[in-house]
Design a protein around this ligand. Sequence first.
Ligand SMILES: *Cc1c(COP(=O)(O)O)cnc(C)c1O
Length: 362
Amino acid sequence: MRQSCYAEISLSALHHNARVVREKIPHAKIAAVVKADAYGHGVKTVVAALEKHVDLFAVAYLEEALELRLSCQHPILVLEGFFDQQELEVAAKQNIACVVHSAYQLALLESFPCTENMDLWLKVDTGMNRLGFPLGEFQKVYMALSANIKPRSLTLMSHLSSADELESDVSARQISVFNKLVSGKNKAVSLSNSAGIMAWPSANTEQYPQWVRPGIMLYGCTPFDNSSGAEDGLQAAMTLRSTIIGLREIETGESVGYGATWQAERPSRIGVVAIGYGDGYPRHAKTGTPVLVNGQRAPLVGRVSMDMITVDLTDVEGVEIGDAAILWGQGLPAEEVARHAGTISYELLTGITARVARRVAE
Ligand SMILES: *Cc1c(COP(=O)(O)O)cnc(C)c1O
């Protein structure tokens, strides 16, 4: 493992962001989403940091839940639920809550004898058209669950497709459809991801026990375009760091990197940073993507290689071999880097590879 390149995980940022969720919606219980190795931060570290702030941990797959179960006493929810009878049996035995989103899962539950100790979340599709029972089937499925299958608890949920788009009226429609469906059922409900928590108060009514499902905001990034977590009161939990391992002076007209895609327009000082797409730094990051070198912004120039990137240090004073480079995190929002790479912060964070050590900081 290279010592020079690592992702620093800030416990104080995780604590802070969890407090932000709690303060925004004090009446809700928090299901912290820690799928995909806690968005690349390291699930063990994140769970230990968040345990005292949140009420449940949510992951995508049963495998993730089982790994978590080994070290975690908190309730755990599998957002995609079980895929077959064996998974259902394991989930029941390990006290792992499951989302029920499809008819094949309902069929498995109907012939499963041990549902009375299970916590189930019924997912209805209010417009995402991905997972969840169609609106027209909701009543029937709800009746089957509450009258026949009789789990220990039943929570009603849906997912917002466009909550990060503040101008769109899609969320308002989904929220209104959902609130009508759950009305009078007296069950706990859950609709909000980070964007719902931050921008759609009507998604988090106090009428019924409420669960919110924050993911990206816990890690300090905003779900909204053209903003950053820092602007929205959050703190970056991951700072991706490496160092300068090479320096050279080049003449006007000389090119840098594979494909010679960038040419110097003036005599330039080029720094080589030990990070590349083999570490999860996005290969699509364009010339001009900011990198922090000794705390100052320098533009990436030329193509991203597997193990290295090149930055133009002509305007950065006094850089030496071994100096620090920050690729994103504190002082440089991952959202901004993501925009330069044509993607979103979620993909950057979850894309950090096993070659990069995670180091925990206070
Ligand atoms: C991943 C996920 C979330 C978290 O979404 P963020 O945008 O990261 O807050 C919430 N709910 C479900 C069902 C998810 O799959």
